[in-house]
Design a protein. Structure first.
Ligand SMILES: [Zn+2]
Length: 398
């Protein structure tokens, strides 16, 4: 396939939700709905049947999924706030193009093939990563999901209703899941771990998100003596540094990238700070040790600051080892493509507990992700489409 063909389809999606500060495609936003429309049109152009499942995940089918033993590829269309264009959409664009290649090659499909766009993989709006795939597989309670609120207080149920999707069918979907015999997600690589254009995933590191609540006493910045303050901002600042230090000590990753301060005024000592910690490592025991150390150190610091500190898990993902046999088969098909683990979570990680699952990674020359500089070359993306087509042909046409 010529890189121009990749570029042409890429260009049709690229402007949606793009701002000077990066992509804004949070789930069920106007941009997300426009992406969904794009998906539906591209599927229709290819004669694929489109359906939205009870969890808002979009499916485009070649063949009848009810026949079962289906092969599915795809990823997600949503972005983090200010995200890059490749994380998610690359897997969907590549899925459509790979199907085009197979049709042109005259492949005889022995199994139905689907391209899926999972809802809210990033967890940027409602706080739970892989929302759509977790709901489908039963890993997330539908009642809890329906009541999740975004920063403006809008619930997931209401956001879905506003988009014309009935939220009453949220929840496990064993019938749909049972029809899938393999899932292959193609994704941009998100570090600098890949020197070749295409790689194959071995595992996803265990990772999680914790909410950190710091409570102190709001007061006047000009009249409250320094030794009489209960300033939660200090405990918060300590927590950020402690998480960083404890992560470095263990070769783990810890990030505090989001915080809310109340009342958030220049001339007032804060009364509360809420922050979110993201922690990841190759081993679960390392993540556990990191969280334990941070909890102990920050609790001690809170005592000294006269503040209160509570840390609660919001979403936890254990290590995911991808299906070894499928992975080895794909590596052989792709002439010994490099195999690598990732610290990033994916819908494929959720699916892997239920169906044989694999991931293809596409080289990211900047190593940047979840930021506007995220990139991949047209040539590498085209190599990715060809690799995905090779994999789908093997799985669906033989
Ligand atoms: Zn992603």
């Amino acid at each position: 396939m010529s890189p121009d063909r990749f570029a042409a389809l890429w260009r049709s999606l690229a402007p949606i939700g793009r701002t000077p500060e990066g992509y804004q495609r949070s789930s069920w936003s106007e941009a997300d709905l426009a992406c969904r429309e794009w998906f539906t049109e591209e599927a229709a152009d290819r004669g694929l049947t489109v359906e939205t499942d009870g969890n808002g995940n979009l499916w485009a089918w070649r063949g009848d999924p009810a026949a079962g033993d289906a092969i599915v590829t795809g990823s997600h269309l949503d972005s983090v706030p200010g995200g890059g264009g490749y994380d998610g959409p690359l897997g969907i664009v590549s899925g459509f193009l790979a199907l085009d290649l197979l049709s042109e090659r005259g492949c005889v499909f022995r199994r139905p093939v689907g391209v899926v766009a999972f809802t809210e993989e990033e967890g940027s709006r409602f706080g739970v990563a892989c929302l759509g795939s977790r709901l489908m597989t039963g890993a997330l309670d539908p009642a809890r999901a329906a009541g999740l609120r975004d920063r403006d207080g809008v619930t997931l149920a209401d956001a879905m209703k506003s988009a014309g999707v009935d939220p009453s069918a949220l929840g496990p979907d064993p019938v749909r899941l049972g029809r899938i015999s393999a899932f292959v997600e193609l994704h941009v690589e998100q570090g600098r771990a890949l020197a070749a254009p295409v790689g194959v995933a071995s595992a996803i590191w265990p990772h999680g998100r914790w909410r950190l609540d710091f409570t102190g006493t709001g007061n006047h910045a000009g009249t409250t003596r320094m030794d009489q303050r209960h300033d939660p901002m200090l405990t918060f600042a300590f927590a950020v540094l402690a998480a960083n230090k404890e992560a470095r000590l263990r070769d783990a990753y810890a990030t505090v990238g989001r915080a809310e301060v109340s009342p958030n005024a220049t001339n007032a000592i804060a009364s509360t700070v809420t922050a979110w910690l993201d922690a990841r490592a190759p081993e679960q025991s390392t993540v556990d040790g990191l969280i334990k150390a941070v909890t102990t150190k920050v609790t001690d610091r809170a005592t000294r600051d006269g503040t209160r500190f509570v840390m609660s898990p919001e979403s936890l993902s254990p290590v995911t080892e991808f299906h070894t046999e499928l992975r080895d088969r794909i590596v052989a098909l792709l002439d010994g493509a490099p195999v690598l683990p990732t610290g990033a979570g994916h819908d494929a990680g959720v699916l892997a507990a239920h169906v044989p699952t694999a991931m293809l990674f596409i080289r990211n020359p900047t190593g940047v992700s979840h930021a506007p500089d995220e990139s991949a070359t047209e040539v590498d993306c085209t190599a990715g489409v060809e690799a995905l087509a090779t994999v789908l042909e093997e799985l669906a046409c033989r």
